[in-house]
Design a protein around this ligand. Sequence first.
Ligand code: PCA
Length: 324
Amino acid sequence: MNKLTGIIGGAAVAFTMGAAAQAQNWDMPTPYSDAIFHTANIIEFAADVKAATGGAMNITVHSAGSLFKHADIKGAVRGRQVPIGEFFLSRLSNEDAAYGLDSQPFLATSYEDAARLWAAQKPAVTALLAEQNLMPLFAVPWPAQGLYTNGEIATVEDLSGLKFRAYNAALEAFAALAGAAPTQVASPDIPQAFATGQVEAMITSPSTGASSKAWDFVTHYTPINAWVPKNIVVVNIQMFDKLDADIQAAILEAAAAAEVRGWEMSAAEAKAKTQVMADNGMIIVEPSAALMEGLKAIGATMLADLQATASEEAKAVIAEYQGN
Ligand code: PCA
């Protein structure tokens, strides 16, 4: 139908020929549950696209890894099994360090820093993704990452030997350098991993802390604000290019709105979900100066390691970010 539309001459004609007859249906896999604000934001994005196109573009969101598992979403969009999908951007750090900079401990720790980092990172990420026929639509940060433990953690030494939940390579390295024993656990499996003793501590946002009911398995939350990692929504460029110009424009406009809205949702979450954890009996402790000093020293080691091995693109992003 797309080819035919192209042959008979064009976007505007096809678009006005009747939305229902021409309706495009896109399936969109996302990794996180409906309880997570990223998913809510994406559902709103899909609704915006549908409204703006008069129903001609219908994006069905398949959340919580129900269509493709998190690890497979990028490949599914690249391989045109689906036209669009969401994933945790720094998962791709093994492809190029430029993807992982938002998960470098203490490189960018506030929303202001995160916005500057994304501005520096976006051209590099866009160029890298284009090599795989992918285009970013929008990226939204999680709240700053904090520490979940049983008992108070006064210094880095207190983390020694703890079985530690990790979600990417940077967190695994960070935990290992802190003397902990990291294990990769996907976010839906967090409660189970704590319940079975597979892990006993973690670093994640208050969003994931609250959605996984951290109060069932840890006593303390320490907002170390270690980094502000992002989820990204990408489209397959070839599949996007096949759409009518009006629909493309509607998607880009809804994406720009979703990015703004997502950053606002994230900032509101940070406070609200920390409060949910307190209301459920968790003890919220400000980190000691000694703990922060120790953790930042690990961050400095990791950044030096990264600088030694990173692509020129990644190093240029860091330089631009730090120079601003
Ligand atoms: N939640 C996700 C990624 C970062 C975050 O805050 C997780 O814990 O898997």
